[in-house]
Design a protein around this ligand. Sequence first.
Ligand SMILES: NC(=O)c1ccc[n+]([C@@H]2O[C@H](COP(=O)([O-])OP(=O)(O)OC[C@H]3O[C@@H](n4cnc5c(N)ncnc54)[C@H](OP(=O)(O)O)[C@@H]3O)[C@@H](O)[C@H]2O)c1
Length: 349
Amino acid sequence: MQLSIDERYMFRCLELARLGLGHTAPNPMVGAVLVHEDRIIGEGYHQRCGGPHAEVNCLDNVRPEDRHLIPASTLYVSLEPCAHHGRTPPCAARIIREGIREVVVAIRDPFPLVDGKGIELMEAAGIRVRLGLMGKEAEWLNQRFLTFHTKGRPYIILKWARSADGMIAGPGPSRTSISGQATRALVHQWRYQEAAIMVGAGTVEVDDPRLTVRPSPSPRQPVRIILDPRLRLYAGHRVFDPEGSVVICNVLKEGTEGHLRYLRLPPTEDLLPGMLQRLHDLGIQSVFVEGGQKLLEAFLKADAWDEIRRITARDKRIPGGYPEPAWAGMQPLRRDIIEQDMIETFIHG
Ligand SMILES: NC(=O)c1ccc[n+]([C@@H]2O[C@H](COP(=O)([O-])OP(=O)(O)OC[C@H]3O[C@@H](n4cnc5c(N)ncnc54)[C@H](OP(=O)(O)O)[C@@H]3O)[C@@H](O)[C@H]2O)c1
């Protein structure tokens, strides 16, 4: 694919932004480059939540001998610059102060305190703002952040591993290993990229997972979420170890006990809407749902998902096993092969 000059710089912004994956939530991933006469004189990205924004890092990275070029340069940024005082001062004000005359923005920021105000502020100061360059790519990159703010729920990734004959577990009540070692290592990377990991009570009972990122210690552990409506799980399960916080969604109890947070959901027939609302209220931007069958099927049935990652162990059969969640299926966006496993990625339309 041949990129225009503008697209090349925005592509670089997206590349930089992606370096923040797993570190910026609940903030978005953002990259910025400053270009003077077809030469990048500064670049930066939002490295971690609470740290300086991409535009500030980009401007601060301009070398002293190039600083006089800033007003005659074009700033490319993958998300609308902010207009409010959060943990850091507003980026739009800094851009105006630096005397920049042209800003190219991939997408508008739907966060209520920004939502067009950054662009308005810059335009009111006489800056030429071009919006929409590589917008689709920028939306894809920040799908978690955008889903959280536009749909009012976390971004939901469903993941399961199945045998070649479509089983997710053996017939008995004990853990069955399905995917290979390399895929399991990849799953730990996937966990690291999300704000939270979730399973149902049945999976805790049978598999006794830790639901942590390994090798540990990891710089960050996602929140572990268990759906255990009637609090039937025994406290000795490994998922309750104090390696990070645990949220227990149920219909009986509310409150905090050490690292355990109980969320009492409205006792409706379908617990999902109430649960997603509570997780959104807690600021959880993405949830990696790792099973089991009942929980996955509930998300599928409610059509409350954004992405599915289905692993098929092509060399494994589990006669009489526990079947994968029922789902109408669709064409995968991509198929990857890792040793004996096939990984299919499906994106909600
Ligand atoms: N291959 C894989 O990728 C994979 C991944 C995970 C698990 N597994 C296997 O799956 C099996 C467990 O499956 P499962 O279906 O029993 O597990 P599950 O979905 O983890 O847990 C089921 C239990 O969680 C609660 N629950 C789940 N969804 C609910 C909903 N929408 N509304 C209300 N309550 C809900 C219910 O608890 P109450 O009954 O207390 O109400 C339900 O009985 C195990 O054999 C495990 O090894 C396989």
